[in-house]
Design a protein. Structure first.
Length: 234
């Protein structure tokens, strides 16, 4: 999968070259391109923002450098990228979103700052036949300073679903007690050695070697945990 990320703080995306996702980049499973939006500015001050029409606080990102950047990045290939615009006013990004996007060949993230990007950017690319749609998405109900951290969250959630990325670990699809398609079931507790730690014992059933009982117990624990932790959420 190809992933492009455009930001005025490209160094902020550096952690994507580490750990699990970094390995997927090194192996070529993810082709990652991080771009500086200011490379597409036209003035001496490399301006990317302007005052909002209608007044109000803060600054709005100009559609001009964004349009040039996105057109350049798409280039002349036949592949149609999906444009992802992280924004707190977007649709919620959930596990099923990550699963859908993981089947896509090319995602381009446009990370805004300030009060956001001029709304005509999403409008234009939505209608541009060279692109496979526009997704304006939020990672949760809180406000971040910009889309960079949200883009990293989404790239990690999508990237770990790509074939070969999890390696020897249990595959994301087979792990029946991880968060499911609808994001409605959370994992139960896990344990490793020592068998007794500070007087606290590992649940007996996990030492029994009785696989069917273990599977049943874990399912019940996942249910309990989901009810405890998610009963008042959403
Ligand atoms: Cl995607 N962007 C920003 N700036 N804040 C957020 C967000 C995104 N999701 C939740 N809060």
């Amino acid at each position: 999968m190809r992933i492009d990320i455009v930001s005025i703080f490209p160094d902020y995306l550096g952690p994507l070259r580490l750990s699990l996702i970094g390995k997927a980049v090194d192996s070529g499973t993810i082709e990652l391109h991080i771009h500086d939006l200011r490379d597409w500015t036209a003035d001496r001050h490399r301006t990317v923002d302007d005052t909002p029409y209608g007044g109000g606080p803060g600054m709005v990102m100009s559609p001009e450098p964004w349009g040039r950047a996105l057109d350049d990045i798409r280039g002349t290939t036949d592949l149609k990228p999906k444009l992802v615009i992280p924004t707190p006013s977007g649709a919620r990004f959930v596990q099923s979103t990550a699963q859908q996007w993981s089947a896509h060949p090319w995602l381009v993230f446009a990370c805004g700052r300030y009060e956001g990007i001029d709304a005509r950017l999403a409008q234009f690319y939505h209608a541009d036949q060279h692109w496979d749609g526009v997704a304006e998405v939020s990672i949760g109900d809180y406000v971040l300073a910009g889309g960079e951290v949200a883009a990293m969250v989404m790239v990690e959630a999508v990237g770990r679903l790509l074939p070969g990325v999890l390696g020897n670990e249990v595959s994301a699809a087979d792990d029946s007690f991880s968060i499911d398609d609808s994001g409605e079931l959370v994992e139960g507790p896990v344990f490793t050695r020592p068998q007794i730690w500070r007087g606290l014992e590992v649940p007996e059933v996990l030492l029994s070697g009785h696989h069917a009982h273990i599977v049943q117990w874990r399912a019940a624990q996942a249910q309990d945990r989901t009810e405890q932790m998610r009963s008042v959420d959403r």
